[in-house]
Ligand binder design. Structure first.
Ligand code: LLP
Length: 419
């Protein structure tokens, strides 16, 4: 569900014509809907209402401070994977006691920062990391609250790059080793074991993998409790898929809750959820302007002013993003490649896509771009990162200015001998 709809033949973001925003900010521009964001967050809240829980938004999906602040106001916490994301969360008013911290490569500096911030828990991914956290917590004369990220060896049936819960992946601790590692953790002086964590992948479009993984984790949690290791927090990660191409019948938070709560309702856990994409994915679009049409011997190209540096998902995962005209036209439907200006053949948003042939200067909207869009963007090819706008009803707010050329060189230092 989203708030980007046509009125007559013109695309609106809530009550604002998309073209009006593009006129003001220029293109490419990311546009987010306040209403969709709030609704998606509340859908989680309501679905899990009957069970103690904390929703920790996965900042990697989108870390614009305005969006984080909006979520924080709704009561949302954060799932972070770096010191930078922890900093964003704190700056945006997400309370530290609702922050969980995952990732296979936490540095000493990051661990110390998180300890000093008093986050809810570290989701620990290896024995060496556990030892490092213990050592750093000792130095800081504190105890580190931790969960072990357990890899349940469940196939999430998603793109291999965003699947994380199999034996061959770098993530988590193999479930067969979990008891041993928990034993180790429980014996460390500066570690307080409080939870168990799993995350098996992203863009998962069925509830079964969640249920299968949870069952495995629950057996482990029971074992741990019977050994006197107090598991309070059950962190089931993120990963709920969204519709990119009008797919119907995908499970939402309600269906997830329905499948999961019966399995845990007899235990007094606090459930932690780490949704990213399912909150912000369909709450954002990327608007780009057509620069040129170019007929090559074998294909027709629509060259737009956004590139793979702005939205890398099609290039990296062959991901499908729906592309719509901001102003519908009645020109002939033709298969085209919608591509950016970057000097790589992998710089495309769609290939062989049937759309009404656009003209120079038309605006196109790349849909479902709110998650892993801006957050994965870069300055490749010397491109300034896009502007971002938040729409609320009839109003819209620039929540990130487009970068200036000077931003591109502000960290560069040229040694004196070259001056
Ligand atoms: N928790 C952990 C530990 C994660 O690794 C992730 C995503 C999430 C939560 C949030 O997952 P979500 O609810 O958003 O599916 N760049 C890729 C997605 C990478 C996901 C990485 N981890 C994409 O554009 O599809």
């Amino acid at each position: 569900m989203n708030d980007f709809k046509y009125r007559k033949s013109e695309l609106y973001a809530e009550d604002v014509p998309v073209a009006k925003i593009a006129e003001r900010t220029g293109t490419p521009v990311y546009i987010y809907s306040h209403g969709t964001l709030v609704r998606h967050y509340r859908a989680f809240k309501e679905a899990f209402d009957g069970y103690p829980h904390v929703i920790c938004f996965a900042l990697k999906a989108n870390s614009n401070a305005a969006i984080l602040r909006l979520l924080a106001r709704e009561g949302c916490g954060a799932d972070v994977v770096s010191g930078g994301e922890l900093f964003f969360a704190q700056k945006s008013g997400m309370p530290a006691n609702k922050v969980v911290y995952a990732g296979v490569g936490k540095t000493e500096e990051e661990i110390a920062y998180a300890l000093k911030s008093r986050i809810l828990m570290f989701n620990v991914e290896s024995s060496e990391e556990l030892a490092a956290i213990d050592r750093i917590a000792g130095k800081l004369k504190t105890k580190a609250p931790i969960a072990l990220r357990v890899n349940p060896d469940i196939n999430a049936s998603t793109h291999p790059y965003i699947s994380t819960g199999l034996k061959k992946h770098k993530f988590g601790i193999p479930i067969e080793k979990a008891l041993e590692y928990y034993g180790l953790a429980a014996g460390l002086r500066n570690i307080r074991v409080i939870g168990i964590h799993k995350h098996i992948g992203s863009q998962i479009t069925k509830v079964e993998p969640f249920v299968d993984a949870l069952k495995k984790i629950l057996t482990l949690a029971q074992d741990l409790r019977s050994r006197g290791i107090d598991i309070k927090y059950l962190d089931i990660g993120g990963g709920l898929g969204i519709s990119y191409n009008n797919e119907k019948g995908l499970p939402g938070p309600k269906e997830l809750a329905k499948a999961i709560i019966p399995l845990i309702k007899l235990y007094d856990f606090t459930l932690i959820l780490e949704p990213g994409r399912s909150i912000v994915g369909n709450a954002g679009i990327l608007v780009t302007r057509v620069l040129y049409l170019k007929q090559q011997p074998e294909r027709e190209f629509v060259i737009v002013d956004a590139g793979m540096n702005d939205l890398i998902r099609p290039s990296l995962y062959d991901a499908y993003h729906h592309i719509q005209h901001v102003k519908k036209n009645r020109r002939p439907l033709k298969p085209v490649d919608v591509v950016g200006p970057i000097c790589e053949s992998g710089d495309f948003f769609a290939r062989g896509r049937m759309i009404n042939l656009p003209r120079h200067d038309d605006l196109l909207a790349v849909m479902s771009a709110g998650a892993y869009g801006f957050s994965m963007s870069s300055n490749y090819n010397g491109r300034r990162r896009a502007a971002e706008v938040l729409v609320r009803g009839k109003e819209f707010f620039v929540i990130r200015e487009r970068e200036e050329y000077t931003d591109l060189i502000k960290e560069i230092r040229v040694p004196d001998f070259l001056k």
